[in-house]
Write a protein that binds this ligand. Structure first.
Ligand SMILES: NC(=O)c1ccc[n+]([C@@H]2O[C@H](COP(=O)([O-])OP(=O)(O)OC[C@H]3O[C@@H](n4cnc5c(N)ncnc54)[C@H](O)[C@@H]3O)[C@@H](O)[C@H]2O)c1
Length: 347
Protein backbone atom coordinates (compact mmCIF):
# COMPACT_ATOMS: atom_id res chain seq x y z
CA UNK A 1 0.00 0.00 0.00
CA UNK A 2 1.32 3.44 -0.83
CA UNK A 3 0.75 6.48 1.36
CA UNK A 4 -2.56 7.51 -0.25
CA UNK A 5 -3.93 3.95 -0.33
CA UNK A 6 -3.05 3.51 3.34
CA UNK A 7 -4.70 6.81 4.31
CA UNK A 8 -7.84 5.87 2.35
CA UNK A 9 -7.90 2.50 4.12
CA UNK A 10 -7.75 4.25 7.50
CA UNK A 11 -10.35 6.84 6.46
CA UNK A 12 -12.78 4.07 5.44
CA UNK A 13 -12.70 2.79 9.02
CA UNK A 14 -12.35 6.06 10.94
CA UNK A 15 -13.54 9.49 9.86
CA UNK A 16 -10.21 11.29 9.97
CA UNK A 17 -10.67 14.73 11.50
CA UNK A 18 -14.03 13.88 13.08
CA UNK A 19 -13.33 10.83 15.22
CA UNK A 20 -10.37 9.74 17.26
CA UNK A 21 -9.88 6.16 18.42
CA UNK A 22 -9.31 5.66 22.15
CA UNK A 23 -7.50 2.43 22.99
CA UNK A 24 -7.10 1.34 26.61
CA UNK A 25 -4.27 -0.95 27.65
CA UNK A 26 -6.64 -3.91 27.38
CA UNK A 27 -7.62 -2.88 23.82
CA UNK A 28 -3.93 -2.66 22.91
CA UNK A 29 -3.31 -6.15 24.32
CA UNK A 30 -6.47 -7.46 22.61
CA UNK A 31 -5.00 -6.58 19.20
CA UNK A 32 -3.04 -9.82 19.70
CA UNK A 33 0.29 -8.29 18.73
CA UNK A 34 2.82 -11.00 19.60
CA UNK A 35 6.26 -10.87 21.24
CA UNK A 36 7.80 -12.11 17.97
CA UNK A 37 6.19 -9.24 16.05
CA UNK A 38 7.33 -6.70 18.62
CA UNK A 39 10.92 -7.94 18.51
CA UNK A 40 10.89 -7.77 14.69
CA UNK A 41 9.27 -4.29 14.61
CA UNK A 42 11.65 -2.98 17.27
CA UNK A 43 14.69 -4.19 15.36
CA UNK A 44 13.39 -2.54 12.18
CA UNK A 45 12.86 0.73 14.03
CA UNK A 46 16.37 0.68 15.54
CA UNK A 47 17.91 -0.04 12.14
CA UNK A 48 15.87 2.73 10.44
CA UNK A 49 16.94 5.20 13.15
CA UNK A 50 20.64 4.46 12.78
CA UNK A 51 20.34 4.53 8.97
CA UNK A 52 18.87 8.05 9.41
CA UNK A 53 15.61 7.11 7.68
CA UNK A 54 13.39 8.59 10.39
CA UNK A 55 12.78 11.87 12.14
CA UNK A 56 13.22 11.66 15.90
CA UNK A 57 14.58 14.49 18.03
CA UNK A 58 16.16 13.55 21.35
CA UNK A 59 13.52 13.33 24.07
CA UNK A 60 13.07 16.21 26.46
CA UNK A 61 11.63 15.86 29.94
CA UNK A 62 10.19 17.10 33.20
CA UNK A 63 11.18 15.89 36.68
CA UNK A 64 8.35 16.73 39.10
CA UNK A 65 9.61 14.42 41.91
CA UNK A 66 13.14 13.40 42.94
CA UNK A 67 14.47 10.79 40.48
CA UNK A 68 11.21 10.88 38.48
CA UNK A 69 11.01 11.53 34.75
CA UNK A 70 8.33 12.44 32.20
CA UNK A 71 9.62 12.25 28.63
CA UNK A 72 8.12 13.75 25.46
CA UNK A 73 9.02 11.39 22.61
CA UNK A 74 7.95 12.31 19.07
CA UNK A 75 8.85 10.26 15.99
CA UNK A 76 8.03 9.98 12.31
CA UNK A 77 8.82 6.88 10.25
CA UNK A 78 8.20 7.82 6.59
CA UNK A 79 8.40 4.24 5.30
CA UNK A 80 5.69 3.16 7.73
CA UNK A 81 3.48 6.30 7.40
CA UNK A 82 3.72 6.31 11.22
CA UNK A 83 3.87 9.51 13.19
CA UNK A 84 3.06 10.61 16.74
CA UNK A 85 4.33 11.31 20.20
CA UNK A 86 4.68 9.27 23.37
CA UNK A 87 4.43 10.91 26.79
CA UNK A 88 6.11 8.43 29.12
CA UNK A 89 6.82 8.62 32.83
CA UNK A 90 8.68 6.74 35.53
CA UNK A 91 8.09 7.70 39.18
CA UNK A 92 9.98 5.09 41.26
CA UNK A 93 8.08 5.85 44.50
CA UNK A 94 4.58 5.45 43.02
CA UNK A 95 4.16 1.83 44.13
CA UNK A 96 4.81 2.73 47.78
CA UNK A 97 2.95 6.05 47.79
CA UNK A 98 -0.07 4.95 45.78
CA UNK A 99 -0.56 1.18 46.31
CA UNK A 100 -1.97 -0.52 43.23
CA UNK A 101 -0.43 1.96 40.78
CA UNK A 102 2.69 1.23 38.71
CA UNK A 103 5.78 3.47 38.33
CA UNK A 104 5.94 3.48 34.51
CA UNK A 105 2.97 4.95 32.61
CA UNK A 106 2.81 6.02 28.97
CA UNK A 107 0.33 7.33 26.41
CA UNK A 108 0.67 7.91 22.66
CA UNK A 109 -1.05 10.46 20.46
CA UNK A 110 -0.89 8.79 17.04
CA UNK A 111 -1.32 11.13 14.06
CA UNK A 112 -2.22 11.06 10.38
CA UNK A 113 1.11 11.66 8.61
CA UNK A 114 -0.61 13.50 5.73
CA UNK A 115 -2.73 16.02 7.66
CA UNK A 116 -1.30 15.94 11.19
CA UNK A 117 -4.76 15.24 12.62
CA UNK A 118 -4.93 12.84 15.58
CA UNK A 119 -6.03 9.30 14.70
CA UNK A 120 -5.75 7.62 18.07
CA UNK A 121 -5.04 8.20 21.71
CA UNK A 122 -3.70 4.98 23.11
CA UNK A 123 -2.25 3.61 26.28
CA UNK A 124 1.41 2.84 25.61
CA UNK A 125 2.33 1.34 28.96
CA UNK A 126 2.12 -2.21 27.60
CA UNK A 127 3.91 -1.19 24.40
CA UNK A 128 6.73 0.23 26.54
CA UNK A 129 6.73 -2.88 28.70
CA UNK A 130 7.37 -5.18 25.73
CA UNK A 131 9.36 -3.05 23.32
CA UNK A 132 12.00 -2.29 26.00
CA UNK A 133 13.08 -5.94 26.43
CA UNK A 134 12.80 -6.24 22.64
CA UNK A 135 15.57 -3.60 22.39
CA UNK A 136 17.68 -5.61 24.84
CA UNK A 137 17.02 -8.73 22.76
CA UNK A 138 18.20 -6.97 19.59
CA UNK A 139 21.35 -5.93 21.47
CA UNK A 140 21.85 -9.52 22.66
CA UNK A 141 21.29 -10.92 19.16
CA UNK A 142 24.27 -9.01 17.74
CA UNK A 143 26.49 -8.44 20.77
CA UNK A 144 26.17 -11.46 23.08
CA UNK A 145 27.64 -14.94 22.84
CA UNK A 146 24.53 -16.70 21.57
CA UNK A 147 25.49 -20.01 23.15
CA UNK A 148 25.19 -18.43 26.60
CA UNK A 149 23.64 -20.75 29.18
CA UNK A 150 23.37 -18.13 31.95
CA UNK A 151 21.44 -14.86 32.04
CA UNK A 152 21.17 -12.38 34.91
CA UNK A 153 18.53 -9.77 35.67
CA UNK A 154 19.06 -6.84 38.03
CA UNK A 155 15.67 -5.42 39.02
CA UNK A 156 12.59 -7.66 39.21
CA UNK A 157 9.88 -5.08 38.51
CA UNK A 158 7.85 -4.70 35.35
CA UNK A 159 10.92 -4.60 33.13
CA UNK A 160 12.68 -7.40 34.97
CA UNK A 161 9.70 -9.69 34.45
CA UNK A 162 9.28 -8.70 30.80
CA UNK A 163 12.98 -9.32 30.09
CA UNK A 164 12.91 -12.75 31.72
CA UNK A 165 9.74 -13.73 29.83
CA UNK A 166 11.24 -12.74 26.45
CA UNK A 167 14.98 -13.47 26.67
CA UNK A 168 14.76 -17.06 25.39
CA UNK A 169 13.61 -15.72 22.00
CA UNK A 170 17.29 -14.85 21.41
CA UNK A 171 19.29 -16.80 23.99
CA UNK A 172 17.86 -20.19 23.17
CA UNK A 173 20.38 -22.27 25.13
CA UNK A 174 19.78 -20.76 28.55
CA UNK A 175 19.87 -23.18 31.45
CA UNK A 176 19.85 -20.77 34.41
CA UNK A 177 18.46 -17.27 34.91
CA UNK A 178 19.68 -15.47 38.06
CA UNK A 179 17.49 -12.62 39.27
CA UNK A 180 18.28 -10.02 41.91
CA UNK A 181 16.27 -7.20 43.47
CA UNK A 182 16.56 -5.12 46.62
CA UNK A 183 13.27 -6.67 47.70
CA UNK A 184 12.84 -10.39 48.27
CA UNK A 185 9.11 -10.13 47.47
CA UNK A 186 9.90 -8.74 43.98
CA UNK A 187 12.17 -11.72 43.24
CA UNK A 188 9.56 -14.18 44.51
CA UNK A 189 6.86 -12.59 42.37
CA UNK A 190 9.05 -12.66 39.27
CA UNK A 191 9.78 -16.36 39.79
CA UNK A 192 6.12 -17.18 40.44
CA UNK A 193 5.00 -15.36 37.27
CA UNK A 194 7.86 -16.18 34.90
CA UNK A 195 8.99 -19.71 35.77
CA UNK A 196 5.97 -21.37 34.12
CA UNK A 197 6.75 -19.42 30.91
CA UNK A 198 10.48 -20.13 30.46
CA UNK A 199 12.53 -23.28 30.02
CA UNK A 200 15.57 -22.18 32.02
CA UNK A 201 15.58 -22.55 35.80
CA UNK A 202 15.13 -19.18 37.54
CA UNK A 203 17.31 -18.77 40.62
CA UNK A 204 16.88 -16.14 43.31
CA UNK A 205 20.38 -14.67 43.65
CA UNK A 206 21.72 -13.73 47.06
CA UNK A 207 23.72 -10.69 45.93
CA UNK A 208 24.71 -8.42 43.05
CA UNK A 209 28.04 -10.25 43.12
CA UNK A 210 26.49 -13.67 42.53
CA UNK A 211 24.78 -12.42 39.38
CA UNK A 212 27.88 -10.57 38.17
CA UNK A 213 30.14 -13.58 38.62
CA UNK A 214 27.80 -16.25 37.24
CA UNK A 215 26.06 -14.77 34.21
CA UNK A 216 27.37 -14.46 30.67
CA UNK A 217 24.66 -11.96 29.72
CA UNK A 218 23.14 -9.53 32.23
CA UNK A 219 20.30 -7.04 31.76
CA UNK A 220 19.46 -4.32 34.24
CA UNK A 221 16.29 -2.34 34.93
CA UNK A 222 16.47 -0.59 38.30
CA UNK A 223 15.45 3.02 39.01
CA UNK A 224 17.62 5.68 37.40
CA UNK A 225 19.02 8.12 39.95
CA UNK A 226 20.23 11.48 38.78
CA UNK A 227 23.42 10.77 40.70
CA UNK A 228 24.08 7.03 40.24
CA UNK A 229 25.40 4.94 43.11
CA UNK A 230 26.95 1.93 41.32
CA UNK A 231 26.54 -1.33 43.18
CA UNK A 232 28.40 -3.79 40.94
CA UNK A 233 32.16 -3.69 41.32
CA UNK A 234 34.44 -3.54 38.33
CA UNK A 235 36.44 -6.53 39.65
CA UNK A 236 33.35 -8.81 39.48
CA UNK A 237 32.96 -8.32 35.72
CA UNK A 238 34.97 -10.40 33.25
CA UNK A 239 35.89 -10.50 29.61
CA UNK A 240 33.30 -12.23 27.44
CA UNK A 241 30.31 -10.86 29.35
CA UNK A 242 27.55 -8.80 27.73
CA UNK A 243 25.88 -6.15 29.88
CA UNK A 244 22.64 -4.66 28.58
CA UNK A 245 21.22 -1.67 30.44
CA UNK A 246 17.88 0.05 30.12
CA UNK A 247 18.67 2.16 33.21
CA UNK A 248 21.61 4.29 32.01
CA UNK A 249 24.63 3.90 34.31
CA UNK A 250 22.75 2.86 37.44
CA UNK A 251 24.38 -0.47 38.17
CA UNK A 252 28.08 -0.85 37.34
CA UNK A 253 31.18 1.02 38.51
CA UNK A 254 32.36 3.41 35.85
CA UNK A 255 35.50 1.37 35.15
CA UNK A 256 33.33 -1.37 33.61
CA UNK A 257 31.99 0.99 30.94
CA UNK A 258 35.37 2.55 30.26
CA UNK A 259 37.19 -0.74 29.72
CA UNK A 260 34.46 -2.37 27.62
CA UNK A 261 35.75 -3.47 24.20
CA UNK A 262 32.49 -2.34 22.64
CA UNK A 263 30.08 0.21 24.10
CA UNK A 264 26.86 0.87 22.15
CA UNK A 265 23.90 3.17 22.75
CA UNK A 266 20.55 3.28 20.96
CA UNK A 267 20.82 6.98 20.09
CA UNK A 268 24.08 8.87 20.34
CA UNK A 269 22.22 12.21 20.22
CA UNK A 270 19.97 11.13 23.10
CA UNK A 271 22.80 9.98 25.34
CA UNK A 272 24.84 13.12 24.67
CA UNK A 273 21.79 15.16 25.75
CA UNK A 274 21.39 13.01 28.88
CA UNK A 275 25.06 13.64 29.65
CA UNK A 276 24.33 17.39 29.78
CA UNK A 277 21.55 16.64 32.31
CA UNK A 278 24.16 14.97 34.56
CA UNK A 279 23.11 11.33 34.05
CA UNK A 280 26.73 10.29 33.39
CA UNK A 281 28.69 12.13 36.11
CA UNK A 282 31.90 10.36 35.13
CA UNK A 283 31.36 11.07 31.42
CA UNK A 284 30.02 8.91 28.60
CA UNK A 285 32.46 6.20 27.49
CA UNK A 286 33.64 6.20 23.90
CA UNK A 287 30.68 5.10 21.78
CA UNK A 288 31.61 2.35 19.32
CA UNK A 289 28.30 2.51 17.43
CA UNK A 290 24.58 2.80 17.82
CA UNK A 291 22.96 -0.55 18.60
CA UNK A 292 20.78 -0.17 15.48
CA UNK A 293 23.88 0.43 13.33
CA UNK A 294 25.22 -2.94 14.48
CA UNK A 295 21.84 -4.61 13.86
CA UNK A 296 21.70 -3.02 10.41
CA UNK A 297 25.19 -4.22 9.47
CA UNK A 298 26.76 -0.75 9.35
CA UNK A 299 29.24 -1.81 12.05
CA UNK A 300 30.32 -5.32 13.07
CA UNK A 301 28.94 -6.73 16.30
CA UNK A 302 30.75 -9.16 18.59
CA UNK A 303 33.82 -10.50 16.83
CA UNK A 304 35.33 -12.64 19.59
CA UNK A 305 34.06 -14.62 22.54
CA UNK A 306 36.34 -12.69 24.89
CA UNK A 307 35.08 -9.17 24.28
CA UNK A 308 33.44 -7.34 27.17
CA UNK A 309 30.45 -5.59 25.62
CA UNK A 310 28.10 -3.02 27.12
CA UNK A 311 24.91 -1.85 25.40
CA UNK A 312 23.11 1.07 27.03
CA UNK A 313 19.67 1.80 25.55
CA UNK A 314 17.29 4.39 27.00
CA UNK A 315 14.44 3.72 24.58
CA UNK A 316 13.39 5.54 21.43
CA UNK A 317 10.09 6.90 20.16
CA UNK A 318 10.65 5.22 16.77
CA UNK A 319 10.19 1.86 18.50
CA UNK A 320 6.93 3.02 20.07
CA UNK A 321 5.57 4.49 16.84
CA UNK A 322 6.53 1.40 14.81
CA UNK A 323 4.61 -0.80 17.24
CA UNK A 324 1.77 1.76 17.51
CA UNK A 325 1.19 1.55 13.74
CA UNK A 326 0.70 -2.24 13.98
CA UNK A 327 -1.54 -1.91 17.05
CA UNK A 328 -3.60 0.86 15.43
CA UNK A 329 -4.11 -1.11 12.20
CA UNK A 330 -5.15 -4.23 14.12
CA UNK A 331 -7.52 -2.22 16.31
CA UNK A 332 -9.23 -0.86 13.19
CA UNK A 333 -9.42 -4.34 11.65
CA UNK A 334 -10.88 -5.83 14.83
CA UNK A 335 -13.07 -2.80 15.61
CA UNK A 336 -11.52 -2.35 19.06
CA UNK A 337 -11.62 0.72 21.28
CA UNK A 338 -13.97 3.64 21.58
CA UNK A 339 -14.47 6.31 18.92
CA UNK A 340 -14.51 9.74 20.48
CA UNK A 341 -15.75 12.83 18.65
CA UNK A 342 -12.94 15.21 17.79
CA UNK A 343 -14.92 18.00 16.22
CA UNK A 344 -17.45 18.57 13.45
CA UNK A 345 -16.11 20.47 10.51
CA UNK A 346 -17.87 23.83 10.18
CA UNK A 347 -17.21 23.96 6.43
N1 LIG B 1 15.23 2.03 28.32
C1 LIG B 1 13.94 2.07 28.22
O1 LIG B 1 13.39 2.17 27.14
C2 LIG B 1 13.08 1.95 29.45
C3 LIG B 1 11.71 1.70 29.34
C4 LIG B 1 10.96 1.51 30.51
C5 LIG B 1 11.60 1.59 31.73
N2 LIG B 1 12.93 1.87 31.78
C6 LIG B 1 13.63 1.98 33.06
O2 LIG B 1 13.73 0.69 33.64
C7 LIG B 1 13.79 0.83 35.05
C8 LIG B 1 12.79 -0.12 35.70
O3 LIG B 1 11.48 0.21 35.26
P1 LIG B 1 10.24 -0.68 35.74
O4 LIG B 1 9.05 -0.17 35.03
O5 LIG B 1 10.60 -2.12 35.65
O6 LIG B 1 10.15 -0.25 37.29
P2 LIG B 1 9.71 -1.14 38.53
O7 LIG B 1 9.58 -0.22 39.67
O8 LIG B 1 8.57 -2.01 38.16
O9 LIG B 1 10.97 -2.08 38.79
C9 LIG B 1 12.17 -1.65 39.37
C10 LIG B 1 12.67 -2.76 40.30
O10 LIG B 1 14.00 -2.41 40.72
C11 LIG B 1 14.11 -2.75 42.09
N3 LIG B 1 15.23 -1.98 42.65
C12 LIG B 1 15.22 -0.70 43.07
N4 LIG B 1 16.48 -0.33 43.43
C13 LIG B 1 17.27 -1.42 43.22
C14 LIG B 1 18.64 -1.67 43.40
N5 LIG B 1 19.46 -0.74 43.85
N6 LIG B 1 19.10 -2.90 43.11
C15 LIG B 1 18.27 -3.88 42.64
N7 LIG B 1 16.96 -3.69 42.44
C16 LIG B 1 16.47 -2.48 42.72
C17 LIG B 1 12.76 -2.43 42.68
O11 LIG B 1 12.56 -3.11 43.89
C18 LIG B 1 11.83 -2.90 41.57
O12 LIG B 1 11.46 -4.25 41.74
C19 LIG B 1 13.54 2.31 35.34
O13 LIG B 1 14.78 2.94 35.54
C20 LIG B 1 12.91 2.83 34.07
O14 LIG B 1 13.13 4.21 33.85
C21 LIG B 1 13.67 2.04 30.68
Amino acid sequence: MNSTEYRNWVNDKLNIGEDVLYLSMQDVIDTGTTAEEIIELTERAMIAYSAKKVEMPAKIGLHPQPDSLMHAMPAYLPDEFACGIKWGSNFPTTRERFPGLTPTNCQIIYNDHESGLPLAFLDATWITEVRTPAVSLVAAKYLANLDATTFGMYGCGIQGKAHVKMIEHVLTKLETIYVYDLYEAAMDKLIEQCQPLVNARIVKASSYEQVAKNCEVIASAIPIHHHPHPVVKDEWISKGQTLIACDCHSVYEDGVYKRADIYTVDSEEQHRLLETYGYYPWGLPEIYAETGAVAGGLKPGRSSKDQLIVSNNVGMAVEDMMVARRVFDRALEKDLGIRLPLWKSTK
